[in-house]
Structure formats: structure tokens, C-alpha cells
Design a protein around this ligand. Structure first.
Ligand code: BGC
Length: 426
């Protein structure tokens, strides 16, 4: 409170001194587009189409081919995507599972039939991250089959006899590895990555071939924990997920096999940081690769920026029994970027932000709490909208007055649907 007061006073002094020397009070002027936004009050006179826009978590792309939607990614000069390196993370997940199997090869085959059987929960067959993770697991375990130049990521349904053409039997340490079953975890209303559906699926699978399941794998922790709690914990079957949600990390102490941190602490920061920079009219690298005035900076071992894709990608880290103690609170801000910005130089701005599905474990339990920590540090007043995970209109209906906001952060239901949002800003 005291600090805020001091900052406000500083801001007032700054404004006074600037107007005294005839200045416009415009702090940032280096980058085109941004400085106009920086001077106006909420929304101001900037056209909605020129306001900073960040896509996050779901990269505008074709959900069948994965091809990036460069029109959406180049919506205006201040448009970016923030996510994480899906392929690097997927490889890491596959390797983590394979290493676990190799290290436990003498006890992993529960029924001693010579086949290490695993089941796989798939999040969304049209989502890049989900596709990459399915491929990463199949690649590492040798169960992948090429289709059109890449590993087929389709669900197998059931494959207990090893006859599926979508996958093949692999080998780890001389033992056969088989994908016994996999399916997209989509509920009847259409929501994907659905944890409850995964909990039901493991029930169905185990009641018909439970003793053949030696490993449970999931495209994320939400579904992974649902299967762990429903079955694998009691049956001591190692279960692997993705996201490093706090509950999953805690479960490693109880037999959860491991997870991958997609560095949500870095992603949530970048999501709001690129907006802050655009609003301040400063170089986009400020507080990212270049330290800002408060000392916030990221090193290149935690993210990459691909200019041609207008995208920032956080890098992933495997979380297993060896290191999980370092990851117990997934909502903690990343220390190197945890410094408060000065309100005088970075006036409060209003941001409209949506989460595609308020029930998504990762986004609601990890990502949003992180955003809420960073919005204060970056002096952004964020309005959080939670979608139903099924229809874009459930969210776009609540962007009725874009003129009230200075910037937008969007998490689409489907990666193909960027135009439903940009149409509202145009
Ligand atoms: C996360 C999932 C999440 C999905 C939603 C992924 O990046 O890992 O847990 O459900 O995004 O879009």
C-alpha cells in the first residue's frame, strides 16, 4: 500500500515535470504502434485492430495439418503467440517413460507375459501439443508407425493382440512394448482433454485387460491424475503425465511416475510481458532477453523466440522422483522475472484475457494463478473470462466491448478459430 502510494506520487511528479517542459507525457516512443496505446486511458483512441494481442496455449494453426495460421499471428505489429516447445517437451516425455521402464525392467512386467503393456490418454486429436506428445511417446518406445512422413498420432482404440496398423510393437531392453489402448478423452458435450472421461476409460480398460497394463501414460496431468486416482495408485502402476501441476508433482511421492514442466511460470510471464512492452512502446525484448528497469530478465535456457513464427516458446523440464521437490508449487512466479514494475513509468492498463475452458486442470490450477501473480507485478488490470471448453461463441459473446480494453490475450477453443476473435477487433 505504502509502496503504491509512493509510486503514485512519483507518477504525479513525473507527469507534472513533463507537462512543465511541454512534453506530451509519452514515455515510450521506440516502436511503431505501441506508443499511442501507452498514453491513453483504458481503451483510449487506439483502434481495437491496432491494440496488442497475444495468443497463448493454443497456437493459431490448422487442426488437421498443424500449419501455422500466419494471418492470425500477424494480425497487427503487436501480435505474438506464447506457448512452449511442443516437440522438445514431447521427446522429453517419451524419454522419461522409456528411462523409467529401462530402470525397472526386472519388475515392470506385472503379469510376466513378456509384454510391457501401456495405455495412453490422448487430449485432443487436433491440438499440436497433444499430437506431439502422442508421437513423442510412440517414438521413444518404438511403437510409432510412419504416416505421411511423421509418426501417426491417431488413437488405436484397443490393441491388446498387437494387430493395430496405427502402432506397432516396440522394444525396450529386450522386452516387447505394446500400446494396448488409446483414445481421445472428449466428453459427450465436446470438451477435450477431459479428465473425467479419462477416469472412466481406465475403468473400462482395466476391467477387461487390467493385468496386462504395466504403464499408464497421458497427454497431460489432468487426465493422468484422474487415472492415477481411479486405478493406478492402488495398483502401483506407474503413471506419467505432463504439465507439472502441483497435485501431480505431489503424487510422485505416492507412485506417480513423472511429469513434464512446460515452464508455465515463464509462459505466463511472457503472455503478459509482450502486452506490457507493446503498451509501453518499448522494444519487445525488454524484460525478456534484455533486462528491464526493474531487473527482470530471462536466460535463453528457458525460452526461445522464433521471429518468423511471431512466437515465444518456453522450454520443458522433466520432473521425476529425482527432482520433484523443486517443483512442488506450480503457481510460484519465476524468480528472475519477479520484480515489480514502477507504476510511474508503466501505468496500469486494462487487459481482456480468456481461458478456453474454466475446467481445464492445467489452465485453471497452474496458468491462471500464475497470470494473476504477474498481472500485479506488471501493472496490468486483467479481466479473466473462463470459457466452457466447447464453443468459441461462449467466449466471444463476452468480448462485447473491446473498446474498454488496452490489449487482449486469447486462448481459443480450437486452434482454427482465430478469425472469430479478430473479426471482433476489426
Ligand atoms: C496443456 C494441457 C491443456 C491444454 C489446453 C496443453 O498445453 O498441457 O494440459 O489441457 O494445453 O489447451
Amino acid at each position: 500500500m505504502k509502496r503504491r502510494l509512493a509510486l503514485l506520487t512519483m507518477a504525479a511528479v513525473l507527469v507534472l515535470s513533463l507537462s512543465a517542459c511541454g512534453g506530451g507525457g509519452d514515455a515510450g516512443t521506440s516502436d511503431g504502434g505501441g506508443d499511442a496505446a501507452a498514453t491513453d486511458d483504458a481503451g483510449g483512441d487506439v483502434a481495437n485492430a491496432d491494440k496488442p494481442l497475444v495468443w497463448f496455449n493454443r497456437q493459431p494453426s490448422n487442426s488437421s495439418t498443424g500449419e501455422l495460421d500466419m494471418t492470425a499471428l500477424n494480425f497487427n505489429d503487436n501480435t505474438y503467440y506464447v506457448g512452449f516447445d511442443a516437440n522438445q517437451g514431447a521427446e522429453l516425455q517419451g524419454t522419461m517413460v522409456k528411462d523409467y521402464i529401462a530402470a525397472n525392467i526386472d519388475k515392470i512386467d506385472r503379469n510376466g507375459d513378456g509384454v510391457i503393456g501401456y495405455v495412453l490418454a490422448i487430449g485432443d486429436i487436433g491440438h499440436n501439443d497433444s499430437i506431439a506428445r502422442t508421437r513423442g511417446v510412440r517414438k521413444a518406445l518404438g511403437t510409432g508407425v510412419e504416416k505421411d512422413g511423421a509418426i501417426n498420432s491417431d488413437p488405436v482404440g484397443t490393441n491388446t493382440d498387437g494387430s493395430s496398423s496405427v502402432v506397432q510393437d516396440g522394444k525396450v531392453e529386450g522386452l516387447v512394448v505394446r500400446e494396448l489402448a488409446s483414445q481421445e478423452m472428449k466428453n459427450s458435450a465436446g470438451a477435450t482433454w477431459d479428465a473425467a472421461t479419462a477416469g472412466n476409460a481406465i475403468g473400462t480398460w482395466t476391467s477387461s485387460f487390467g493385468d496386462e497394463i504395466d504403464v499408464v501414460i497421458s497427454n497431460n496431468d489432468g487426465m493422468g491424475m484422474s487415472m492415477f486416482n481411479a486405478w493406478s495408485k492402488d495398483n502401483e502402476v506407474p503413471t506419467f503425465g505432463y504439465d507439472a501441476n502441483s497435485d501431480a508433482v505431489a503424487a510422485i511421492a505416492e507412485g506417480y511416475g513423472g511429469t513434464i514442466s512446460q515452464h508455465a511460470d515463464v509462459q505466463a510471464y511472457l503472455t503478459l510481458r509482450v502486452l506490457r512492452n507493446a503498451l509501453d512502446g518499448v522494444d519487445i525484448d525488454t524484460g525478456i532477453g534484455t533486462a528491464d528497469d526493474a531487473g527482470n530478465v530471462l536466460t535463453d535456457d528457458v525460452y526461445v523466440y522464433r521471429e518468423e513464427e511471431r512466437s515465444y516458446y518456453a522450454l520443458n523440464v522433466a520432473v521425476t522422483a529425482d527432482n520433484y521437490q523443486d517443483f512442488t508449487d506450480s503457481t510460484k512466479v519465476y524468480e528472475p522475472v519477479s520484480n515489480q514494475l514502477d507504476e510511474g513509468a508503466h501505468a496500469t492498463k486494462k487487459v481482456w484475457l480468456n481461458i478456453y475452458n474454466a475446467a481445464d486442470n492445467f489452465l485453471s490450477a497452474t496458468y491462471q494463478p500464475l497470470l494473476q501473480n504477474y498481472d500485479d507485478l506488471l501493472n496490468l488490470e486483467v479481466e479473466y473470462i473462463g470459457g466452457d471448453g466447447q464453443t468459441e461463441s461462449n467466449i466471444t459473446n463476452r468480448l462485447g466491448n473491446p473498446g474498454e480494453y488496452d490489449a487482449f490475450a486469447i486462448n481459443m477453443v480450437k486452434t482454427d478459430n482465430a478469425a472469430s476473435y479478430t473479426a471482433l477487433l476489426n
